[in-house]
Design a protein around this ligand. Structure first.
Ligand code: GLY
Ligand code: MN
Length: 462
């Protein structure tokens, strides 16, 4: 946990942004794997962690924006729990660590909610993303759980996005720790990537690394020679000479801050000429993205810049043709780069996307571009100092997409389909770094995982 002042300040900052009513925060509960006592690894809700820091199932909290009062709800363990779990800190002790005094058993939160409603005041809550939370909230408010998200407070969502988008020095230090573990995960995978090795074995070892540090992976590892499938969790392949491996993974620290990196490399470490050429374009796009990211620039502009670097590179190789700006405007690059350049990162690997990504990534000034590929850009708005973001351009050869565009003559003026056909079995390349936006630019978080062609050749299989 952070020092209690951190949590006190966060709640005070929220009170400054909200005037009326109360906010109800619901922590997560244990989630059974296959029978009630056999549970998944517990993950506290990120909003609850942000304001209350307590990593324990079955809790709730209320902040009253009118009186300024704060209440925390949860149950102390009884003797039967102690037999199985050992003695646990009392709720009052946990509350003291985050600068709170008003504690009560969990079921008292329902009385409090009813009292606020009876006073004709609003109970603001965030949109729940887990079935259990939907049921608890649905029950409290007498709303069908399947429709509870319609009643979330957009005012609260926007206020919290404002706070959580800007990372403080404690959060940045924590994210750096996640990056250090992410480094270890990737370099381990690189060293193992020789012909004959199984994807599953590498993925399993990589996933075990953050667990050894007491944390967790920030999302299930993506690792495959079929990197053209953007989120490929199928690890059934055996590494073969001549193929590329794409690994996208990161760690979550004990405090639940995330890292998220992607590297792509040839099995055995030696690039073919064809691989080298495509790789260098993605690396140039990644470097251009880092160079262009600074306060005041929209990430939509940075995304389009990366798209131009990719288009220019593919044109130089004869895979694309025509005017680069016109090709990007038409969305022709998206056959090769059909996703966004990046997203916010923090307590969640896609930070705050439980609130609805549109409010995290866009605002009244910058709206999403409704075009295949670019529409997937999760973060488009203006960058600000202390945003933590990912920069992850890629080039993929997706046979089904190539065939569809060729058959339908989509962007025929900008793509040399005959030449593209020679790359059908290439796979995909994505290169992802984590960036901290600074006052006049940005900096990479963590030591940079080997990324140049020379660094890759000196690390993979070594
Ligand atoms: N690294 C997974 C993602 O950004 O979607
Ligand atoms: Mn990412």
């Amino acid at each position: 946990m952070f020092q209690k002042e951190v949590y006190v300040k966060r709640r005070a900052d929220l009170k400054k942004l909200m005037n009326k009513g109360v906010a109800l925060f619901l922590g997560n509960v244990d989630s059974p794997m296959n029978y009630p006592d056999n549970i998944f690894h517990f993950r506290q809700d990120s909003s609850f962690l942000y304001f209350f820091g307590i990593e324990h199932p079955g809790m709730a909290a209320i902040i009253d924006f009118e009186s300024g009062e704060e209440f925390i709800y949860g149950n102390d363990v009884d003797i039967e729990d102690i037999i199985w779990m050992g003695v646990q800190p009392k709720l009052t002790d946990k509350a003291a660590k985050i600068g709170m005094e008003n504690t009560a058993p969990f079921n008292k939160v329902i009385d409090k909610v009813e009292q606020v409603i009876a006073q004709g005041r609003k109970v603001h809550f965030l949109p729940p993303y887990r079935g259990e939370s939907k049921i608890i909230l649905g029950d409290m408010f007498g709303i069908n759980p399947s429709r509870i998200n319609n009643y979330r407070s957009l005012e609260l969502v926007k206020a919290i996005i404002k706070l959580r988008s800007v990372k403080d020095k404690y959060e940045i230090a924590e994210i750096e720790k996640a990056c250090a573990v992410g480094y270890d995960m990737h370099v381990t995978a690189m060293r193992m990537a020789v012909a004959g090795e199984s994807e599953q074995k590498i993925a399993g070892i990589v996933e075990s690394i953050p667990l050894q540090y007491g944390g967790h992976y920030s999302f299930p590892v993506i690792l495959s020679q079929n990197g053209q499938t953007l989120h490929n969790h199928d690890h059934s392949g055996t590494l073969q000479e001549g193929r590329m491996v794409l690994t996208d993974c990161g760690a979550e620290t004990l405090m639940r801050y995330a890292s998220d990196f992607t590297r792509s490399y040839p099995v055995g470490g030696k690039f073919t000429q064809k691989q080298k050429e495509i790789y260098q374009i993605v690396l140039d796009a990644n470097n251009a993205g880092t160079a262009a990211s600074k306060p005041g620039v929209t990430y939509q502009q940075v995304h389009l810049l990366a798209a131009k670097v990719i288009t220019q590179g593919l044109k130089d190789l004869g895979l694309m043709k025509g005017d680069v700006d016109a090709a990007v405007k038409a969305g022709a690059h998206a056959m090769f780069f059909p996703h966004g350049l990046g997203h916010m990162m923090g307590l969640d690997v896609h930070d705050m996307e439980d609130y609805d990504q549109i409010y995290v990534g866009y605002d009244d000034e910058v709206r999403p571009i409704d075009q295949f590929g670019t529409a997937y850009l999760r973060l488009g708005r203006k960058l600000e100092s202390d945003f933590v973001i990912t920069n992850e351009p890629g080039i993929y050869f997706i046979p089904s997409l190539i065939d569809k565009w060729k058959a339908e003559k989509i962007n025929n003026d900008f793509i040399n389909f005959d030449k593209v056909n020679q790359y059908r079995d290439f796979g995909g390349i994505r290169l992802e770094d984590d960036l901290l936006v600074t006052d006049d630019g940005c900096r990479l978080l963590g030591d940079r995982i080997p990324i140049t062609i020379e660094e890759i050749e000196n690390t993979v299989g070594k």
